[in-house]
Ligand binder design. Sequence first.
Ligand code: GLU
Length: 286
Amino acid sequence: MGGPDLFHPDRDPGQSPGRYAPSPTGRLHLGNLRTALLAWRSAREREAAFLIRIEDIDSGRSREEWVEVQLQELRQIGIDWDGEPVRQSQRHELYRAAIDRLEAEGLLYECFCTRAEIREAASAPHGEFPEGAYPGTCRDLTESDRAERRAAGRPPALRVRANGSKVGFEDHICGRIEKTLDDFVVRRNDGDFAYNLAVTVDDAKQGIGEVVRGADLLDTTPRQLWLGDRLGLTAPARFSHVPLMLGDDGERLAKRHGAITLEQRIEQGSDAETVRRELIGSARMA
Ligand code: GLU
C-alpha cells in the first residue's frame, strides 16, 4: 500500500492570518462561538491578523439579517478582527475564474443525478469508497446523453474528476488523516458555487496561515487540498480541527439541549464574560 498522492504536513503558520468563517443561517450556537474563540486566540497568540469571512454563497439558506447578529455575537464574546469582514457573495468572479481553470484542464464534468439516484447507486458496495461517495454515474456520458438530460429539463451540477486520488494531511489536533476522494461538486445545479470551491479559493487568496474549525469539517480538508493543488494555490500552513461541543447526552449540540446560544444564556441570567470563560475553560484540549 503506497502513501497518498498528495500529503500536506503541519507547518508553522508564522504570522499569517487566522480566520473564522460563519455561514449566516441562524444564530451562532455556543459550539460555534467556542470554535471562533479558539481560532481567534490562536491567531492572536501568534500576533497574526484575524479575519472574518461571511460564507453567504448558499443563496437558499443565507439570510442577510443573520450577518449582523452573528458579528454582534462574536463581539459580545470578546472577539475582534482586522478589516471589514469579507463576503463570499461578493467574490463570484474569483470562483468563476477557478471553475474556468478547472474546465480548461479538463477536470470538470456535468452531473445530472438527483440525490435519490446517488443514494441508490451508491448503496451498491464499491470497495474503498465510503458510503455516500459519488459512484461516477455521469463521469463518462456522451454528448448525446448530456443533450438528452438537458432536454429533459435537468440542470447539471459540475463535478471534478478527483476520482480515486488519495490525499492526506497532518492535522494539528487530530493527527494524520487520509482520504480517497470521490468526484465532488464544485458548482451546484442551482448555479451556486460549492463550499469546497469557495473556501479553497478564499483561504489561499486571503493568505490564511491556519484554519481552525470544527471537527465536523475534517473530511472536507482533503478535497480542499486537492482542489488548491489543481488550481496552483498555496494551502494554509496548518489545519486545526477542534472537537465539537456536545450536549449532556454526548450528542452534537442542538436545540433540545436547552440554552445553546449566547442570547439564551444571557436571558437565563448569565453574562457574556462568564460564558466566554466557560467556553475557553471547556476547550483546554486545543
Ligand atoms: N462556513 C462553515 C460553517 O459555518 C465553516 C467553513 C470553514 O471554516 O471552513 O460551518
